[in-house]
Design a protein around this ligand. Structure first.
Ligand SMILES: NC(=O)c1ccc[n+]([C@@H]2O[C@H](COP(=O)([O-])OP(=O)(O)OC[C@H]3O[C@@H](n4cnc5c(N)ncnc54)[C@H](O)[C@@H]3O)[C@@H](O)[C@H]2O)c1
Ligand SMILES: O=c1ccn([C@@H]2O[C@H](COP(=O)(O)OP(=O)(O)O[C@H]3O[C@H](CO)[C@@H](O)[C@H](O)[C@H]3O)[C@@H](O)[C@H]2O)c(=O)[nH]1
Length: 449
């Protein structure tokens, strides 16, 4: 099938590449000239395991190409995927300006029947807005072309995007048109062979399904973080509690890892946007607000524990940071817990000495050259001459630690572990003040039980 994908970010590039990989003829279009230039030269602008070789293979086979020429792109595909960003607006709602700009472009260059597919995460009712926008532009052109708008939300996770796209649990399609359903079935047929994964529903149900999925996962995480904070105050080990509850199949082991708060480009903004959608229809989404509030508080626990462990004296200290990305296997730092910590440390006059296997370039892009940000080549360099160590991301290479060696490196024997990677007993035996999440050393308690 001839397919056009607007946006070559995490979702657009993965969608376009995976659809080309099963034989479709895909054109990816972006307004970012430098991104398209890099892609055209075979350079992948993001880090996503396995993506580079898949892109190169499909470009070579001439099934995948990149352009900034919107006319050419619109004319190419019968399917037009919109996979551009929907960042938070000032009040937390999803900002639809990029989605609607694409809709206007499609209206402007439409030359035949098109199915316009909202793959970006968009609030309920967006398909109607996209449809009205295209119709408006066509009316201005005094042109008449048939088109449909459907919702096809994406559930991939960064770091395992290819696996999630090609072997995802479901493919949700919101449409009330048989013609669209047939075309979407044809598009996804290669990924729908083992069992029926396509789920057809109304456009509004599909739009809400995406937010409901993210909100449910974020709720699980905030719930576990709340339990971890409680465990700390009650003298229980949250990792025992996690195993204890995860073994109940009604609860399950997925997404119940306590940590230093969820980050990334999706959970924070989507929980907020859903709460805004709720208030716009006169409903106070109290649970969603609590999920977000707990997460915000969780992100500050790294700093609070560090400050406590160092007696509140952070000015002039050098803090080693392992992990900048919001999770392993990505270079994405959007809303990463590391950022909340670094920004707070800088306010206090501390120097951050950081290492991340993939996100160092992104960190430099975000914060530029500054005296209080030292980016080093590996995790060993990060702790050299540092006062304390904080672990923000559970990259595999951080999972082992020679406690005795760490004890020798740090001027204060303080390790703050935002991901519960190490054994509290071994750390204590090595003489390290080890603070984790819901285990390890605890801060003084307001009320002891
Ligand atoms: N990142 C994820 O893991 C993920 C997963 C599922 C869903 N989503 C959703 O998918 C959408 C895209 O997310 P992303 O992380 O890929 O974003 P991104 O910021 O990585 O990429 C968006 C791309 O769209 C391009 N763009 C903007 N306006 C354009 C236009 N008019 N024409 C063509 N290209 C244009 C930008 O230049 C950018 O390259 C968002 O709604 C997000 O919530 C993201
Ligand atoms: O048990 C857990 C699981 C995750 N996290 C954190 O939650 C955040 C999000 O992680 P993850 O969901 O793995 O990454 P994303 O790439 O943000 O993917 C989410 O957001 C995407 C964009 O909407 C959806 O498509 C995915 O289904 C959804 O998992 C990260 O900061 C993780 O550290 C935890 O703290 N504990």
């Amino acid at each position: 099938m001839k397919i056009t994908v607007f946006g070559t970010g995490y979702v657009g590039l993965v969608t376009g590449t995976c659809l080309a990989d099963v034989g479709h003829d895909v054109v990816c279009v972006d307004i970012d000239q430098s991104k398209i230039d890099r892609l055209t030269q075979g350079e992948i602008p993001i880090y996503e395991p396995g993506l580079e070789s898949m892109v190169l293979r499909n470009v070579e086979a001439q099934r995948l190409s990149f352009t900034t020429d919107a006319r050419k792109a619109v004319e190419h595909g019968v399917l037009q995927f919109i996979a551009v960003g929907t960042p938070p607006d000032e009040d937390g709602s999803a900002d639809l300006q990029y989605v609607l700009a694409v809709a206007a472009t499609i209206g402007q260059y439409m030359n035949d029947y098109k199915v316009v597919i909202d793959k970006s995460t968009v609030p309920v009712g967006t398909a109607d807005k996209v449809s009205a926008c295209i119709a408006g532009v066509l009316a201005e052109r005094v042109a008449e072309f048939d088109f449909d708008v459907c919702s096809n939300p994406e559930f991939l996770k960064e770091g395992s995007a290819l696996e999630d796209f090609t072997r995802g649990a479901r493919i949700v399609v919101g449409t009330d048109s048989d013609r669209v359903a047939d075309l979407m079935r044809e598009c996804y047929a290669p990924y729908n062979r083992n069992r029926e994964k396509l789920m057809f529903m109304s456009v509004r149900a599909a739009e809400l399904t995406k937010y409901a999925a993210n909100a449910m996962l974020a709720t699980k995480i905030s719930f576990m973080n709340e339990m971890a904070n409680l465990a700390e105050r009650l003298g229980a080990d949250i990792e025992d509690v996690r195993r204890g509850i995860g073994s109940d199949p009604r609860i399950g082991y997925h997404f119940i890892y306590p940590g230093c708060g969820y980050g990334g480009s999706c959970f924070p903004k989507d929980v907020q946007a859903l709460a805004r959608t709720a208030s716009k229809v006169g409903y106070q989404a109290e649970l969603l607000q609590a999920v977000e509030a707990v997460n915000k508080r969780q992100k500050s626990t790294l700093f609070d524990k560090l400050s406590h462990a160092l007696g509140g004296e952070l000015a002039g200290k050098t803090i080693a940071l392992w992990g900048l990305a919001f999770k392993p296997e990505t270079d994405d730092m959007r809303d990463a817990p590391s950022r909340a910590l670094m920004e707070r440390l800088w306010e206090e006059g501390a120097v951050v000495q950081a290492y991340d296997p993939e996100a160092m370039k992104e960190c430099r892009r975000l914060y530029g050259e500054r005296d209080d940000l030292v980016l080093v080549a590996d995790r060993v360099q990060a702790v050299k001459k540092a006062d304390a160590l904080v672990v923000c991301t559970e990259w595999k290479e951080f999972r082992t630690l020679d406690a005795g060696w760490i004890r020798e490196q740090l001027s204060h024997p303080v390790v703050i572990d935002g991901r519960n990677l190490f054994d509290p007993e071994a750390m204590a035996n090595a003489g390290i003040d080890y603070y984790a999440v819901g285990r390890g050393k605890t801060m003084p308690l307001a009320t002891a039980v």
